[in-house]
Design a protein around this ligand. Structure first.
Ligand SMILES: C[S@@+](CC[C@H](N)C(=O)[O-])C[C@H]1O[C@@H](n2cnc3c(N)ncnc32)[C@H](O)[C@@H]1O
Length: 352
């Protein structure tokens, strides 16, 4: 998401909202879960993938009998109501938001839509008030265990979450690896690097670079397939590991993208210390995060912060100053902050 476009949209929306009846705005906010369910169902039912530029009736779209026609039609009407498809008379066709829910395409958010609408996610949100009342972790209250145990216990759920993170990272990766901290590096270790979307972008943008990706074992398998498909396996070492116990030593740079936000300060410090121990003198640390207090990005960061509150054990979005304080406590120099052209920022620091 281009930073400038986010800013312009927020200004325009604030202006339009001032003209709208408050009951209408409230109804939209209060019933937001319907939008989540509709987006997820459009993807999982296959309807998003079936829509094209020609308006077709629900009857035509479900003529193979795979879906309930009445419910599918109501789903499509609801999708049109929240702008996810276009309605033309009795027919429905895709628009630019539908394209972002279609399974193919480099910038699809389809896996994010299905994760948000999943029972795993919605059950956690149903316990959200317990966080506000008593500081409980909603995900634990709902599932009886933490999110990372949950994802490790089911191959299907783990892969689903990893694909959702991958879809988000693909939106940002080119802009992130274009910032100064990524240039001139012979090697880079992506710590808890997911399925490798960021590392792939870094390898493609910097032909001299060799990469190491360290992740939970099941996620490493998915990363291996990505690098195989991209013909980049020769430039990457894949290391299954618990990053709180060990990260590979001796690389000239280490990156953590949207990793510290999963953890409370104590765990974030513990992780930074493990990385610090692995770093040779003068090595570079790159933290990629959506920052609180970052102008137009602030509302987005505040919403991601709520997702951290709902799902993780004390994870949170932080400001540049808060991340700087964690870095100082774990043996790093004060960071230089580089804003990308998208919403993420890159904090560049060195071990001291
Ligand atoms: C929010 S995702 C970010 C993934 C990736 N950095 C990105 O931005 O796309 C956090 C990642 O941390 C990984 N993770 C969590 N605990 C871990 C652990 N103890 N050891 C290794 N990886 C872990 C998860 O598997 C997940 O892929």
């Amino acid at each position: 998401m281009a930073r400038l476009a986010v800013w312009a949209y927020q200004r325009l929306r604030a202006g339009v909202d001032r003209l709208a009846p408050p009951e209408l705005l409230l109804a939209e906010r209060i019933t937001g879960v319907a939008g989540t369910a509709v987006a997820g169902a459009l993807v999982s039912s296959g309807l998003a993938g079936r829509l094209d530029d020609r308006p077709r009736s629900a009857r035509e779209l479900v003529s193979d009998g795979a879906l309930d026609r009445d419910s599918a039609e109501r789903l499509l009407r609801g999708a049109a109501a929240v702008g996810l498809v276009d309605r033309v008379g009795d027919g429905f066709r895709r628009n630019r938001l539908t394209r972002g829910l279609q399974p193919d395409g480099r910038r699809t958010l389809a896996p994010l839509a299905t994760f948000f609408a999943s029972e795993t996610n919605l059950r956690a949100w149903s316990r959200f008030l317990e966080a506000v009342r008593a500081g409980e972790v909603p995900f634990r209250r709902a599932h009886g265990h933490g999110i990372w145990e949950h994802l490790a216990a089911s191959e299907e759920e783990g892969a689903h979450f990893a694909r959702a993170m991958d879809a988000l990272t693909r939106l940002d990766a080119d802009a992130v690896v274009d910032t100064p901290g990524f240039s001139g590096l012979p090697g880079l270790c992506d710590v808890a690097g997911g399925t490798g979307a960021l590392l792939e972008a870094a390898l493609l943008a910097h032909p001299e670079l060799q990469g190491v990706l360290v992740e939970a074992p099941s996620v490493v398998q998915l990363a291996r397939r990505r690098f195989e498909r991209a013909g980049l396996l020769g430039r990457v070492r894949l290391e299954p590991a618990d990053v709180f116990a060990r990260v590979p030593e001796g690389l000239p740079a280490y990156v953590l993208k949207d990793v510290l936000h999963d953890w409370d300060d104590a765990r974030a410090l513990a992780l930074l210390e493990v990385v610090r121990q692995a770093m040779p003198p003068g090595a570079r640390l790159l933290l990629v995060e959506l920052l609180l207090g970052d102008g137009p990005v602030e509302p987005l960061a505040s919403l991601v912060d709520l997702q951290m509150l709902a799902l993780t054990d004390g994870g949170r979005q932080r400001s540049a100053e808060e991340l700087g304080a964690l870095l100082r406590k774990s043996g790093f120099a004060p960071p230089v902050v580089h804003r990308t052209r998208t919403a993420s920022s890159v904090l560049v620091s060195e071990a001291v």
